[in-house]
Write a protein that binds this ligand. Sequence first.
Ligand code: TNX
Length: 537
Amino acid sequence: MMKTFCIRCLFFASLTLLLIACTEEKKERIAMPVTDLSEASLIPKPLKTIPTNSAFPLDQFTAIYTSKNATGFEEVGTFLANKLKDKINLTIPVNTQGANTVERVIYINQSDSIDLKTPEAYQLYINQDSIIINSNTAEGAFRGIQTLRQLVPLKSNDTLAPQKIWPVPSGKIIDSPNFAYRGSMLDVARHFFSVDDVKKYIDLLSYYKINMLHLHLSDDQGWRIEIKSWPKLTEVGGSTEVGGESGGFFTQEDYKEIVRYAAERYMTIIPEIDMPGHTNAASVSYPFLNGNGKTPKLYEGMRVGFSTFDTRKDTVYAFIDDVVREIAAITPGPYFHVGGDESHVTKKKDYIHFINKVEKIVHKHGKQMIGWDEVAIADIDSTSISQWWASEENAKKAVNKGMQIIVSPAKKAYLDMEYDTLSKFGLHWAGYIPVDTAYIWSPEEYGIPKENILGVEAPLWSETISNIDELEYLAFPRIIGYSELSWSIKENRDWENYKDRLADQAPFLDRMDVKYYPSALIDWKKSDYTYETIEKD
Ligand code: TNX
C-alpha cells in the first residue's frame, strides 16, 4: 500500500517537475514565513496534526489535479476551486492540461492505503511545493477539502513575491471521524423553511463535516411534502403553521433538489413523517386517519401530544404505505424516520401494534427505520435505530435489543433551547443551553456502550423561529460544537482550546451572512473582511 502511495507521489512529483519545466520563466522557491499548523483554528479538531513549520504558497500559479478514474474526485476538486474563488477570488484550474503557468499543485488522490480505515478518512500533506489529499473515497476527499478550506487565510501576504500569496501552514493531518453519523434536524413543520433556506443550512453544516440532515416533514401544525396519491395532505395540511402564518410545502421536485444539493456535499437527507402522534395536519386533510375521537381542526398552537392515527384500521396502513413508498422513491439515503414520540393519546398496546406494522412498511420500501426513543418499547428489529432524546430507560431498552442509537439528549443537544434568560428565541423546558454547556459533554457518558452509538444529532424545533435569521440565531454557534462532539475524539476536545477556535469562525460566519448568537463567553475575532478588499479580475 505504502508502495502504491510512493509511486503515486513520484508520479506527481514528476508531474510537478514537468509542469515547472514547462513554465517559461523558472522561479526560485518562495521563502515562506514560519506558520504553525498545530495553531490553526480547525473545527472539528482533526485526529492527528503534525506541523512542519513552513507553508505552501497558494497563488495564481497553483492548479488542482485529481484522480480521474475514481468516481467523484474531479467534482470534489471543482467544489474546492469554487469555494476558494468565493473566499479569496483566486481562480484555480482543475485538471487542466498543457497549462504552462502551473508551478505547484493541490492533488486530490484516490488511495487504497490501509491507513485510511473508514470511507471518510483522509490524509492531508501540506509541503512547500504541493498539497496532497489521500482518501479511499470521494466522500473522504470531500471531508479533507473542508479542512483545507479552513487553512487558507482570508488575507493574502503581498510581500513574499510579486504576486499575492496565501500561505497554507505546512505539515501532516491524519483524520477520520469518531462517529459515522453527525447530524442536525430541522423542523420544517412548525414553521416552514424554503428550499433556499435549507440549502444555506446544508452548505454551512458541510463546512463543519456534518453529514446528516434530518427533515421533520410533518406535525400537528403542518404537512410539508407533496404526496401525489394523497394531494390534500399539502393542499389542506400544508396551509398552516404555528402562529397563523400560511405554511407551505416542498413539491417532490423541491425535495429532490434538496437531496441533490446535499449529496453534492456528501450529506444524507433523512425524511421524517411523525406518527402515530403529531398527526393532526394529516387527519384534518383525511379525517378517516384520526384516532382521538374528536373532529380534527387545523392547529396553529404549540401544544403536543393530543393527536393520533387510528391504529386499528387497514386503510390507515394503506395510506402509510403510499406515503412511505413515494418518499422512499425520492430518498437515496438508507433511512426513513417514523417519529413515534409523544403519542400521549395512543394506548400503549395500540402504539406497539402500530410501530410493529410501520417498521414492516419501511422495510418493504427498502429503508432502515429510525424512531424517537419511545419506539424501543415495540417489538422492533435490531436493524432499527433509536434516537435518544429524553428517556434513559428507553435508551437501555434499545441497547438490549441490539439497536444503534443516535444521541440527542434534550438537555445538551437541543438547538431550540434558549441560551440563557435573555435569549430572543427558543424554549427552555429542558433547561438553558449556553455555548459551553452545549460543548462540554460526551456522547459516551450516558451508559450507552460505544458500539451502540451511531452518532450525534442536534435537533432544531421551530415553534419559536420563523425565518432563516432566527434559525441561524439558535443553530449558530452551538451546531459547530456538535460537529466536533461527533467528529473528534474525547482526548482532542477541550473547552478552553475550542473557545479560541470558535472565536476564529467569526470571519467565515460573517462572510456567509450567518446571524449567529454572539455569545459573551466567546472573544469573537473581529471580521476585517469586506467584499471591496477583493480585487476583481
Ligand atoms: C419535544 S423531542 C418534541 C417536539 C417539540 C420539542 C420542543 C421530541 C421527539 N418531541 O415535538 O417540538 O420538544 O423542544
